[in-house]
Ligand binder design. Structure first.
Ligand code: SAM
Length: 213
């Protein structure tokens, strides 16, 4: 995964992060991250903040890419910690966040969160990342790891591929493993989450609301 994403980052990081354009300007690229936050977070502040002020919240992001969403998260929340498997993406992301002292980006091993400081997190988020991971076991490992770091009751909101197709080859890093409704519910329960809501079953953008029990 690391080799493939490093190669994509060197070739055209912003395009592989968001394939809507091949030649993103700074302005449009970061505006697309603000749009993701407007659509997936600002519309859902009750579940996400649970009465806390955003400026007092510590947030975790899995798969920061080139900092598109990370930058918007850092503008909203008190502290943001993000991981990515690709050292090249991490380098680009840190550059994109150089004026955001409340954002911390780590290169991880592509399957757990051992690089993240053991701090209580108030919210975790991941979008267009798990859809690229070929192994359901690795995705479940991330879910367990998020459970370890979240405070009780907090939300992990994330997207998986819901368009169930053939099993990906283990070395595939673009079209990842897909999930049925039953598979996500079972994964949540195995990992200690309440799978309270989900949206988009059968589609590419299959969103999960996992609350730490
Ligand atoms: C399509 S990009 C999306 C980036 C960001 N979430 C966004 O929406 O702008 C996917 C990112 O996930 C990262 N990634 C892929 N597999 C990963 C894994 N197993 N662990 C951590 N990051 C991974 C890639 O390096 C890439 O930066």
């Amino acid at each position: 995964m690391r080799e493939d994403w490093d190669r994509r980052a060197r070739e055209n990081a912003r395009h592989f992060v968001n394939t809507e354009q091949t030649d993103w300007t700074d302005e449009n690229f970061f505006a697309s991250g603000e749009k993701t936050v407007a659509e997936e977070i600002l519309t859902d502040m009750g579940n996400i903040c649970q009465g806390k002020a955003p400026a007092e919240m510590r947030v975790l992001e899995i798969g920061s890419g080139a900092g598109r969403v990370t930058r918007a998260l850092a503008g909203l929340f008190g502290e943001v910690h993000a991981v990515d498997v690709s050292g090249e993406m991490v380098r680009i992301c840190r550059e994109a966040l150089r004026d955001r002292p409340n954002a911390f980006v780590y290169q991880n091993n592509g399957q757990d969160l051992s690089v993240v400081p053991e701090l209580p997190f108030d919210f975790a988020f991941s979008s267009i990342v798990f859809q690229h991971i070929p192994s359901r076991e690795i995705i479940e490992c991330y879910v367990r790891e998020v459970h370890r770091l979240l405070r009780p009751g907090a939300l992990f909101k994330f997207q998986v591929q819901g368009n169930v197709g053939p099993e990906p080859r283990p070395d595939e890093t673009w079209l990842g493993a897909s999930f049925s409704e039953r598979q996500v519910v079972e994964m949540a329960l195995r990992c200690g989450f309440e799978p309270r809501y989900r949206y988009g079953a059968g589609e590419q953008y299959f969103w999960q609301w996992f609350f730490k029990s």
